[in-house]
Ligand binder design. Structure first.
Ligand code: NAD
Length: 324
């Protein structure tokens, strides 16, 4: 098992999930250097005593230099673009940032002799799932360029592993939400929980896209995982990198909640009425996406500790915190 003392480059460590993972690694006693171009990241999320290299992952020399200069022996690669609509409008940009960006970081690892790697993948690689909990062996048919670039990244890792023995874990995150605190919280407005919280704060009615799906209440069902649990999954995953490893793992709770259930939870937690407006289905939204989590339990002994109430309460606290 990887003992405290690991030395990691965290690309995208000024972002939402990367910063939570930096916190969890440091809590274990590991050393961390963040590399981020701050295109979406915030310096406020990076502790003063954590070195911050302001560079793009596309700059292979800068990544190789950071690995060598700080004597690092592993990488957690979060840096990427993550907006589905943006990826549909700008596929070339997404291939450059997400696929060429990964290639560049792997090139830097090869130059620096770094052979431990954790990759941020996504449930978006699966595309339209059937509704049953999806296992890692399910066929991957992404339905947008964002998902395609994440899957291409997994293929690249597998090919480099076969060629060089690179040790890697690809974590396929489901719907990440919640916050450890206001400083680290998600400031984006792309995911359901922050969108609904924003609407509540403004006194607007949040939208539900479709209530005629084949689900218990007709709205879409997703698997929501607390970002602190996800960060812990990364810390646990680093233990696999002590030996030969090419692993792909779902990270979810293994239970779905509907969009309407999320809104009801927000209403309860915030103590405010939430009366959603029903709109048409959005093209490409699968009815239900839920993780099968048997493999991550078996390989890492990891399971999510937080439920939807915890997720929404932590996100709400961060949203209404004076420092938000
Ligand atoms: N948030 C989710 O629900 C979710 C779900 C599945 C997968 N993911 C993946 O997790 C990772 C982190 O997502 P997040 O939610 O923390 O997003 P985020 O936008 O908060 O963080 C991404 C970070 O990467 C940085 N970055 C982007 N392009 C860069 C580049 N070329 N060079 C250097 N830094 C760059 C940004 O400045 C930002 O700090 C991404 O790879 C994303 O695809 C996120």
């Amino acid at each position: 098992m990887t003992m405290p003392g690991g030395r990691w480059l965290v690309t995208g460590g000024a972002g939402y999930i990367g910063a939570h993972t930096v916190r969890a690694l440091r809590a274990r006693g590991d050393a961390v250097v963040v590399l981020d171009d701050l295109s979406a990241g915030l310096t406020a999320r990076v502790d003063d005593d954590v070195p911050l290299v302001r560079a793009s992952v596309l700059d292979e020399d800068a990544v190789a230099g950071a690995l060598a200069e700080h004597g690092l022996d592993g990488v957690l690669h979060f840096a990427a673009r993550k907006s589905v609509p943006e990826s549909v409008a700008h596929p070339l940009y997404y291939w450059r940032e997400n696929v060429e960006g990964l290639r560049s970081v792997l090139g830097a690892c090869a130059r620096a002799g770094v052979e431990r790697f954790v990759y941020s993948s996504s449930a978006a690689v699966y595309g339209a799932t059937t509704g049953a909990a999806v296992t890692e062996d399910a066929r991957c048919v992404p339905v947008n360029p964002y998902g395609t670039t994440k899957l291409a990244g997994e293929w690249l890792l597998a090919e480099v592993h076969r060629a060089t023995g690179l040790r890697y874990v690809a974590l396929r995150y489901f719907n990440v939400a919640g916050a450890h605190d206001a400083r680290l919280a998600d400031r984006g407005r792309e995911n359901l929980v922050p969108i609904v919280l924003d609407a509540v704060v403004r006194g607007d009615a949040p939208m539900v896209f479709g209530t005629d799906y084949d689900t218990p209440d007709g709205s879409c069902v997703r698997d929501f995982v607390h970002v602190d649990d996800l960060a812990d999954a990364h810390v646990a995953a680093t233990a696999l990198l002590d030996g030969p490893c090419a692993e792909t793992l779902n990270v979810g709770v293994g239970r779905g909640y509907s969009v309407l259930e999320v809104m009801a939870t927000v209403a309860r937690v915030a103590g405010r009425p939430v009366e959603p407006v029903v709109a048409d289905r959005r093209p490409g939204d699968p009815a239900a996406v839920v993780a099968d989590v048997a493999r991550i339990r078996e390989r890492l002994g990891w399971r999510a500790r937080h439920d939807l109430d915890d997720i929404v309460a932590s996100a709400w606290d961060a949203r209404v915190s004076p420092s938000a």
